[in-house]
Design a protein around this ligand. Structure first.
Ligand SMILES: Cc1cc2nc3c(=O)[nH]c(=O)nc-3n(C[C@H](O)[C@H](O)[C@H](O)COP(=O)(O)OP(=O)(O)OC[C@H]3O[C@@H](n4cnc5c(N)ncnc54)[C@H](O)[C@@H]3O)c2cc1C
Length: 191
């Protein structure tokens, strides 16, 4: 996130790697929460178990070695960061995707992959790990007229995807009202 004043000395961005429920956390409906807890616990430990965040320079992350010191980037994360090895607290497929993507981004945005850039984190809360299942009419499959929507229901992971899901659900609600008004004996609204 950006602070309101937008005057921090670093530029920040988040790197998001897609996770597939069937491939990456198969099993029961709360398996996604278990996945979050597992990697968050490992990140806490990699940060020294003090609520500081584990951090690794891009140089070390790409070279596959733990960071023992920071470079010329001064971290802004509070309460602080611990030089560490992020591969201790990220799944292999995420590490692989990040190692492939960072140099590609660096070719599009100058210094995005500067060796001293600090990878800080992990971000484990981009999307809800639980989804309320809905049918093709967008209603909950076991509770008619309930329209699960947006991030909390498991259908969005950001501002834009939440907005788009909201539009889709609003259209489904409108369609259902229209449909019921077309049924003989129903009472269409005059407005
Ligand atoms: C710190 C932070 C930074 C983020 N940065 C980004 C970013 O840079 N880019 C990006 O794309 N996304 C970002 N996100 C994610 C993005 O904000 C959310 O994905 C998006 O706002 C979800 O929209 P939504 O409408 O599904 O849910 P929300 O925006 O959470 O809306 C849910 C609404 O329901 C209301 N509500 C809850 N319970 C009840 C109830 N019982 N009765 C009535 N109302 C209720 C809540 O008060 C709230 O207004 C960020 C999120 C956070 C927390």
């Amino acid at each position: 996130m950006s602070q309101y004043s937008r005057n921090a000395h670093n530029a920040n961005s988040g790197l998001v790697v897609g996770i597939e429920p069937i491939r990456d956390y198969p099993g029961h409906p709360l398996a996604g929460i278990e996945l979050q807890r597992k990697w968050e616990t490992l990140a806490y430990e990699a940060g020294g178990s003090t609520y500081e965040a584990p951090a690794q320079t891009v140089r070390d992350f790409l070279a596959g070695q733990a960071s023992s010191a920071l470079g010329e980037v001064t971290p802004s994360y509070k309460p602080g960061v611990q030089p560490s090895d992020l591969t201790r607290c990220l799944p292999d497929f995420v590490i692989e995707a990040l190692r492939e993507a960072i140099p590609v981004f660096g070719r599009q945005i100058r210094d995005y992959d500067h060796p001293d850039v600090l990878l800080t984190g992990i971000e484990s809360r981009t999307s809800s790990p639980v989804r309320i299942t809905r049918g093709s009419d967008f209603q909950s499959i076991n509770t008619a007229h309930l329209y699960p929507a947006g991030e909390g229901a498991g259908y969005a992971g950001g501002i834009l995807s939440a907005a788009v899901d909201g539009i889709k659900v609003a259209e489904a609600v409108a369609l259902s009202i229209l449909g019921s008004n077309l049924i003989p004996g129903s009472h269409p609204h005059s407005d």
